[in-house]
Design a protein around this ligand. Structure first.
Ligand SMILES: NC(=O)c1ccc[n+]([C@@H]2O[C@H](COP(=O)([O-])OP(=O)(O)OC[C@H]3O[C@@H](n4cnc5c(N)ncnc54)[C@H](OP(=O)(O)O)[C@@H]3O)[C@@H](O)[C@H]2O)c1
Ligand SMILES: [Zn+2]
Ligand SMILES: [Zn+2]
Length: 348
């Protein structure tokens, strides 16, 4: 079935309208009319070939909220007319040890990403949420709590789960001092989650103008990473730091903030390698690790938590016709704090 979408035809081409094919729903599929699609910095990195050269055209978008249009004959968890969501993954092998543990992002055969992956069944490239509709197996479709505003919920599907997962794994909570580095799409969710989990939360930013927002989002304060005296006052004091930075930055300066056995978790994916001094990890002993999105069940718990605690993203909505301007602004860090595309605008 041909549908409308926006795609990048090359690393330098602006996003432009394209027609793509979506499959007819299989027995376990849910078909969504997409209402909202968040713009993640990964969309830019990927489509602009900042990581590895992708196969073009690329239809980005992995923060998707839509209304169920049709369901396959064996679907049990979704009904036509309900809201539902799709995140960064649309499939995995479902049988390997990580998949059985609910850690689908780490599927040993490689998960199927919502865009830019080979479809496990039909072949061809998966296409993301900058489009009218998506068809997804119900096992990879999420339920949206009724209390959440759909536009403000869309970025939870990537920005939300990517910060939630390491905060839970590394036990952010009362008595812990947690740092969130970079107040962008991911960072502004990380601050809200760390605060809601009861941790003392500090935002580490390069933008002095974001300090007041950090406190409004639940941080006890903001630390300018360019203020070396202030950084020195916080040395050896953090239990956990989640780093969402998308470009080059000094990991050694962040590691110096950790206490003995504290952990720096990288979730940001700068295209270039970032140097780490052995001394930064050796004394005091510190942990440097990473994290990628979260499993399906974990994503559902995060959505349910947001529904119960009225946690949502701070978004600026744009029409498809404004997509290229929104990407330019995101590349400059000029968004508070996530662009979300009103996909109804694709229908004119
Ligand atoms: N691991 C995963 O599963 C996963 C999932 C989604 C996204 N990501 C990655 O996470 C990163 C952030 O994504 P996002 O959508 O949150 O991006 P974003 O909205 O652009 O936010 C990134 C923030 O990092 C800071 N920053 C950017 N460049 C910097 C630099 N060179 N030095 C210091 N600070 C810098 C800025 O915050 P301040 O102004 O506060 O300094 C900026 O707002 C991207 O690399 C993305 O690909 C990873
Ligand atoms: Zn993302
Ligand atoms: Zn697997």
């Amino acid at each position: 079935m041909p549908i409308r979408a926006y795609a990048a035809a090359s690393a330098t081409a602006p996003l432009a309208p394209i027609t793509i094919e979506r499959r007819e729903p299989r027995p376990t599929d849910v078909e969504l009319d997409i209402l909202w699609a968040g713009i993640c910095h990964s969309d830019l990195h990927f489509a602009r070939s900042e990581w590895e050269p992708p196969t073009y055209p690329v239809v980005p978008g992995h923060e998707i909220v839509g209304r169920v249009r049709r369901v396959g004959s064996r679907v049990t968890r979704f009904r036509v007319g309900e809201l539902a969501a799709v995140g960064v993954l649309v499939d995995s092998c479902r049988t390997c040890a990580p998949c059985r543990r609910g850690e689908e992002p780490f599927c040993s055969t490689g998960p199927t990403f919502t865009y830019g992956s080979e479809d496990r069944i039909s072949g061809g490239q998966t296409c993301g949420g900058y489009s009218e509709r998506i068809t997804c197996d119900e096992a990879f479709t999420l339920r949206l709590p009724a209390t959440l505003d759909p536009a403000r919920a869309a970025p939870l599907l990537c920005a939300g789960i990517t910060t939630w997962s390491p905060l839970k794994r590394w036990q952010a909570g009362p008595g812990k001092k947690v740092g969130i580095v970079g107040l962008g799409g991911l960072g502004h969710m990380g601050v809200q989650f760390a605060g809601a989990l009861g941790a003392e939360t500090v935002v580490l930013t390069t933008s002095p103008a974001k300090a007041a927002d950090a406190e409004r989002l639940g941080a006890s304060g903001a630390l300018l990473t360019t203020d070396l005296a202030a950084m020195a006052r916080h040395a050896d004091s953090f239990d956990l730091i989640v780093d969402t930075v998308s470009g080059d930055h000094d990991l050694n300066a962040l590691l110096a903030l950790l206490r003995l056995d504290g952990a720096l978790v990288l979730v940001g994916l700068p295209p270039k390698p970032q140097a780490v001094k052995a001394f930064s990890l050796v004394a005091p002993r510190r942990i440097l690790t990473g994290s990628m999105i979260g499993g399906l069940a974990e994503t559902q718990s995060m959505l349910d938590f947001c529904g119960q605690r009225a946690i949502a993203c701070h978004v600026e909505t744009v029409r498809v016709q404004q997509l290229n301007a929104a990407w330019e602004r995101l590349a400059r860090g000029d968004v508070k704090y996530r662009f979300v595309i009103d996909m109804a605008s694709i229908r004119g």
